[in-house]
Design a protein around this ligand. Structure first.
Ligand code: C2O
Length: 475
């Protein structure tokens, strides 16, 4: 299924290894994987507006966002009526910023761009901006059906609801305002466990710092690549709306997906008293703009979205099948990755050896992961080349995790900027290898579908650290 051309993959391998030995890992040298080329920006714009008015206190009742598959028939009717009304604005008044296409364009303007001043992905803006976007979207939907108690449901792939939510596929045709014809994921087929399974969800909910969870001023957090990006590509395939930022919000299930991403943030905050959001004014002062339910151009700050319950008037229905969180304190240890491009536990670190032989959870903190950026794709990471080639996913003992690349626009192969920081879970077999003093060279595979072969290559990253988790009270 992957690397059908053995000779080419061998050449690519040698090339990468050679480059690694020389220590130069520039993007230009990644010729075997089609380096991205600068392309024009996606074209989308918002209706004109004057200066923004500050967000006003919301005094509506606090209501739950519920799992879409658990809505009552009456609630499903409300949801469909709201999207029906939103879609109707597309024809009755295409310049109304509350229309469905205009709402999708918001995502196109702020997320399908290479202008770092606008782009809302790949940094700590990601969670805060998308929360605000969904909030205004939700208020518009409520206003259109005249229901102040309306709240967006959420997909719930974090809690075992892996299929497309029933209301979004029933009926599965254009008579349903929640339908989209470009989905690659068929109704009744679940999202991949490697992207939304318990290991992944528990893994992100126990990340130790906002840097790792939500990103920094210059890098994205772990969940942005997986599950966030992988679910985009799982739903959209290589070319569906969900697989590019310019078109993603044209699929109503986008908002379901992002409400689940938003709930992850909410749950991460609750999972430990140490899971706090940044207090740096560079973060809290981030200011975002949206049209509200009365077509007023508003500004809202990151500080104003942090307490979603009191400020934005919604909570998440508590519902999770497997949750069992312990407060962990993660201590990252440096290894010789920069020299060897392999994971070996330094002999000089008895603390790490001790942790490996015990029960303590171990993770790899990958900094500055590089991936080919010529197509929207899911990439899975394994502890060896052989396992990557077999690509058995979550079931494989050396499976370390997944991440993704989502392009700005299907016609815009210019990469989204930057590299990723990813935290990988390490299972028993892999720690046993490390405890024996053996080296691990992680391999990456992915980027294919029924028509396009997968490709595999050694993991490239600026640095890898080995993090050991201990229960906070033991510290
Ligand atoms: Cu702004 Cu999931 O994308």
């Amino acid at each position: 299924m992957f690397d059908t051309n053995e000779e080419e993959s061998r050449r690519r391998f040698l090339q990468l290894v050679g480059i690694g030995v020389l220590g130069g890992w520039s993007l230009e040298s990644w010729s075997g994987l089609a380096p991205p080329e600068p392309m024009p920006q996606a074209t989308c714009a918002l209706p004109s507006h004057g200066a923004a008015t500050a967000f006003r206190r919301d005094c509506r009742p606090i209501r739950p966002r519920q799992v879409a598959d658990r809505l009552t028939p009456a609630e499903v009717d409300q949801l469909k009526a709201a999207y029906q009304a939103m879609r109707a604005l597309d024809t009755s008044d295409p310049s109304d910023p509350r229309g469905f296409t205009q709402q999708a364009n918001v995502h196109c303007v702020f997320c399908a761009t290479n202008d770092p001043a606008l782009q809302m992905h790949f940094t700590w803006r990601f969670f805060a901006w998308h929360r605000a976007y969904l909030y205004f979207h939700e208020r518009i939907l409520g206003k259109l059906i005249n229901n102040a108690n309306f709240r967006l449901p959420f997909w719930g792939w974090d809690s075992g609801f892996r299929n497309l939510p029933q209301p979004y596929v029933t009926p599965n045709d254009a008579t349903n305002p929640l339908f989209n014809s470009t989905r690659a994921l068929a109704p009744g087929t679940g999202l991949d466990l490697a992207n939304v399974g318990p290991t992944v969800i528990n893994g992100v909910l126990t990340l130790g710092s906002f840097d790792d969870f939500g990103g920094t001023a210059t890098a994205s957090g772990t969940p942005e690549g997986n599950p966030h990006g992988t679910v985009h590509v799982n739903v959209g395939g290589l070319n569906g709306d969900m697989s590019a930022f310019s078109t993603a919000a044209r699929d109503p299930v986008f908002y379901q997906h992002h409400a689940t991403v938003d709930r992850l943030w909410s749950d991460w905050n609750k999972a430990s008293p140490t899971h706090t959001n940044p207090t740096d004014p560079a973060f809290t002062g981030l200011t975002f703009n949206f049209f509200d339910e009365n077509k007023v151009w508003r500004s809202i700050t990151a500080a104003q979205v942090l307490d979603h319950e009191n400020s934005l008037r919604y909570v998440y229905e508590p519902y999770r099948f497997w949750e069992q969180f312990i407060c962990l304190f993660w201590r990252p240890f440096p290894i010789d990755w920069r020299l060897t491009r392999k994971i070996v536990i330094p002999r000089t670190n008895p603390a790490l050896y001790k942790a490996l032989s015990g029960e303590t959870p171990i993770r790899f903190n990958v900094r500055g992961l590089e991936l080919p950026r010529d197509r929207s794709a899911i990439y899975r990471i394994y502890a060896s080349e052989a396992e990557a080639k077999a690509d058995a996913g979550d079931k494989s003992p050396g499976f370390l995790g997944a991440t993704s690349i989502v392009l700005n626009d299907p016609g815009n192969r210019h990469p989204v900027r930057g590299t990723q920081n990813v935290v990988l879970n390490v299972r028993q077999e892999v720690r046993a290898t490390l405890a024996r003093g053996e080296a691990i060279q992680p391999w990456v595979v992915g980027g294919g579908d029924q028509k396009t072969p997968k490709r595999s290559f050694p993991l490239r990253a600026a640095d890898v650290l080995v993090a050991v988790g201990t229960a906070e009270q033991e510290k």
